[in-house]
Ligand binder design. Sequence first.
Ligand SMILES: Nc1ncnc2c1ncn2[C@@H]1O[C@H](COP(=O)(O)OP(=O)(O)OP(=O)(O)O)[C@@H](O)[C@H]1O
Ligand SMILES: [Mg+2]
Length: 270
Amino acid sequence: MGGNRRVRISVRHLQKTFAQGAREVVAVADATFDVGEKEFVALIGPSGCGKSTVLNMIAGLVTPTRGVALVDGEPVMGPRPEVGYLFQQDTVFPWRTVAKNIGLGLEYRGVPGAERAAAVTAMIRTAGLEGFEEAFPATLSGGMRQRVALMRTLIVEPEILLMDEPFGALDTHTKLDLQRELLDLWWRTQQTVLFVTHDLGESITLSDRIIVCTRRPSRIKAIFEVDLPRPRDVIALRETVEYAQIYQTVWHTLGEEFAAGHRAREAGQP
Ligand SMILES: Nc1ncnc2c1ncn2[C@@H]1O[C@H](COP(=O)(O)OP(=O)(O)OP(=O)(O)O)[C@@H](O)[C@H]1O
Ligand SMILES: [Mg+2]
């Protein structure tokens, strides 16, 4: 981790085994890493390697079988107000308008109507969703829905943000747009972010460090520093030699896991 940053998230020998009928699935075998104050860290690895499970344990939604997740040095016992979580699935409520979806967290916290409305208006402007305040999610594009979900998480100003493949299902263009918006926001708010993705380009574009997990049962395979200057231009960055160099280095490590997964499937292992 760069410099002498305060550690905000810390996981130590985290392990999670799920019972699936008669058999046991080791989702996470051993995860140990830190995320420092204001750091943007990406967690990347093959599908099913336990990335969401790691986030769920940090968020206090899943109890570890072994090991511990700490936020600000305290073992996580349940959801905490300073931790925001953007789930992997589309989590916008279909029966609420855009404005009411975005304002939900403030409503839960009992923020008065006028104050809430002002905050929602500001978020809608940031998200470029003006004119859609009263629209229902079903009438929006996938990218717009993801913006609503993002703004709903950000409006409560979480100091720590867990994001689980928030742009996974989007086309390249929309993805780049949202990456740019996220980087702008993060540059201003300086949150601590742990961002799960299986898109290597996305992880390089956004993060300060990339944690690569092995395929299931997952361990931490390697951690790479992304020493690219900020602020970053999400499009121009991809044309630089430095980007290509990091891409190649991490790809080599990640590719080993994909290849091993392929060999295992060919051999008939789950
Ligand atoms: N609640 C659960 N009960 C039983 N098994 C589970 C549960 N949650 C996850 N698993 C299993 O744990 C393993 C890891 O799942 P997880 O969702 O954490 O992976 P992931 O890395 O996020 O995958 P993806 O990239 O596809 O989202 C999988 O084999 C999954 O079947
Ligand atoms: Mg997942």
